[in-house]
Design a protein around this ligand. Sequence first.
Ligand code: ARG
Length: 601
Amino acid sequence: MKLVHYLLLFLYIGLSFCKNPTLVQEDLLDEKCLKEKYTHQSCEKVFCQPWEKCIEGSCICKLPYQCPKAVMLVCSTTGKTYNNYCQLKSHECIYPKTKFLTNGTCTGQGQFDLSLKYGNTESEGFVEVKLGNATSFICKKNWSIIEANVACLYRGFKGGAVDHKKTFNFPDDVDVKITDCLEANCRGLETTLAECVLIKRKANSKDLAGVVCHTQEAADLFSDSFQCVNGKYIPQKKTCDGINNCGDQSDELCCKGCRSGSFFCKSGVCIPKKYQCNGELDCISGDDEMNCEGVEHSEVQDLIASTSVQGTRNSEHEVQEQDEILNVNMDEDRKFLKSLLPKISCGVRNNTHIRRKRIVGGKIATKGQFPWQVAIKEGKKIHCGGIYIGGCWVLTAAHCVRKNLAHRYQIWTGLLDWIRVNNGTKIQKVNRVIIHEKYTGVTYQNDIALIEMQKHPSKTTCELLNTAPACVPWSKYLFRPGDKCFVSGLGRDEENKNIFKLKWGEVQLIGNCSKYYSNRFFEKEMECAGTDDGSIDACKGDSGGPLVCMNSNNVSYVWGIVSWGENCGKPEFPGVYTKVSNYFDWISHHVGRSFISQYNV
Ligand code: ARG
């Protein structure tokens, strides 16, 4: 060996030490988050399916009538035809025996079944499917843990698959002639392979997919394994890689970063890279569909494009080299139906030019910049702010209002200047005040209240000019420390002078706020925000007003309600806000889910 070789060897050994995977792994998982046991059914982390709705943090079954009404017939294994895939899946969600069978009307013939063949136990084998009257084996081609999980879940193995690479031997006494197999392409959350794209391929017996499903006995524990919420163990290195190895997605939902080949959602979720810019929102934080500039791509679309679609045309002839797609892509139906679900409009300004630069250290707001900002007037004074969230509802701080004084309050909307009241300002009377039952004046815990404005006698809604609702955050993972947000209000400035104008300032969310306010800061219910030098802060009179944060798509969320703080604008004492995401259920209980649920109403 020459000297150069030694050097190279050294370099190699050195590099492999640097790449010590265990170091990386430990860093990727967020232990505190893992304790919450999130799965694909946790709407604090992921969007629910179109046939599900998000209630108290979990995706639960919708009733079929809550699905879009579009007619795109599908047939179920119970022989019933449904208007569309959402309606069938919602039915399945409630009665799991009903599963998807085919696209189109039921013809009365044909079934789907899946069995595991030639394994040593019931829980393993080659995957054989019965589609209509034909039976075929599934191909090894494209057979990944995703498809294997779907197959095992169908067979009733709740943990999905543990091994998708194992092969089996045909018994000597059976004479099987394999000429083709079905290649399966699933998204991962299907409940039967019939929902996946199945393509007939030429094959021989070496090309077949095998699987070992998860059973308690098969749960081989290796030292550095990760335990999924469903109980299955997977190698650590398969967490945070964008691939749903667990089958319940629990290996991808508490990540501080993602392995290569996957995309990191700011909400701490890893998704396959191919979902980035595919035209469908996958990250609740919205970051997978930003900066896409025409890079639209869809993996299954590519796959279909590369496969000659011959099914119907050539079926009478003996087609030799052609592959045949046996069913339509239900994922496209899912996406389309999702796009038909009702949407609410919130968090968007009608006028978009905001980039001009008091609140302490802030700037004077212009018309339409904070269309959700309202002022609460009691007697002759404006003493607090509030946030319009839709319908006739205004969110504010509990310490700003009293239940029995509703008749004394006025809600001023569109107000920018309190001395020379601008046009576009509207005054609403108050119908009732709802204060959080657990509000504690001494500690400012649960400092949140709702004000219902009165409708004009002849109107059915609260019509407000120059006003737009801010979105209500349903998850604590939408924003995180370091994110830039905006606080606004008509309160006092740094010299404690009342300037009677709406001002705003940009602040940053601050983590670990107990270090500033030991024993007084309650992490679950409160949020801190400010700037390093403390130059921008809310102050007296801003209470009840908004701290809004914008997601990747410039949609504004009420992340906080101005609540308290030691002095105003002191770096060692940041502003403290009521953490609105913690109160989503409380708010929706009072105002009704349909006003504030952006997704899966
Ligand atoms: N409690 C005050 C009010 O009634 C709001 C204080 C906010 N203070 C702060 N430093 N951020 O207006």
